[in-house]
Design a protein around this ligand. Structure first.
Ligand SMILES: CC(C)(COP(=O)(O)OP(=O)(O)OC[C@H]1O[C@@H](n2cnc3c(N)ncnc32)[C@H](O)[C@@H]1OP(=O)(O)O)[C@@H](O)C(=O)NCCC(=O)NCCS
Length: 182
């Protein structure tokens, strides 16, 4: 089971104790500003359970992020395989969601660097993608810091959202193993 460590963080499998703080952040309007809706506890738990089972089965996924000595759980960062179909799927997505109190410290970018390195180095992936709504500048800044490129021709309408939904349009970012240096 892969646990990744960085200068300040541990990216680890999930524990039962992570579910409550995860539910709190999924119920925070600031964290969920660019998601279709805040998650009720049952939906948050089901999501965490799905993430945990994926890591158990595959050894990689959306790792729980810990700041040793500071916070046992600040959110997730890692890799996932989108379940919807689009012009760029199947693919592996790199993503992040941190509790509001832990924004502004560089944690998401630091964790994403470790996750990308694991994806390219250990898993041998050829490419990582990431996507979000155009207005999510914080997430796009993490993508840019990681060296991802905005593939403007690849921008798409998220198939899980109905026509006319304010969050339907997404920007697509890509990072190829070659550009990473492997
Ligand atoms: C997206 C998200 C993870 C970005 O968080 P973030 O804190 O802005 O990103 P980072 O952790 O990389 O931190 C970068 C910030 O920390 C600052 N920083 C402070 N100390 C730092 C350090 N030691 N190293 C690097 N950056 C540091 C940077 O200057 C930057 O600040 P700025 O935004 O004022 O320029 C966060 O906003 C979030 O969880 N949003 C909700 C969920 C979401 O939208 N997820 C993406 C869906 S696609």
């Amino acid at each position: 089971m892969a646990t990744l460590t960085t200068a300040r963080l541990v990216l680890r499998p999930w524990r039962d104790a992570d579910f409550a703080p995860f539910a709190a952040m999924n119920d925070d309007q600031a964290v969920m500003e660019f998601m279709p809706h805040r998650l009720p506890r049952a939906e948050s738990d089901a999501f965490a359970d799905r993430i945990r089972k994926h890591i158990d089965a595959e050894g990689w996924g959306l790792w729980a992020v810990e700041v040793p000595g500071t916070a046992a759980f600040i959110g997730y960062t890692g890799l996932s395989a989108p379940r919807f179909g689009a012009h760029f799927t199947p693919c592996v997505e790199i993503g992040w969601r941190l509790a509001r109190a832990h924004w502004g410290f560089g944690y998401a970018s630091e964790a994403a660097l470790a996750a990308a390195s694991h994806g390219f180095g250990t898993l041998g992936l050829a490419e990582l993608v990431s996507f979000t709504v155009p207005a999510n500048v914080r997430s796009r800044a993490v993508m840019a810091r990681l060296g991802m490129r905005h593939d403007e021709a690849g921008d798409f309408d998220h198939p899980a959202l109905p026509a006319g939904h304010a969050l339907r349009r997404h920007v697509l970012y890509r990072l190829a193993a070659g550009a990473w240096g492997v």
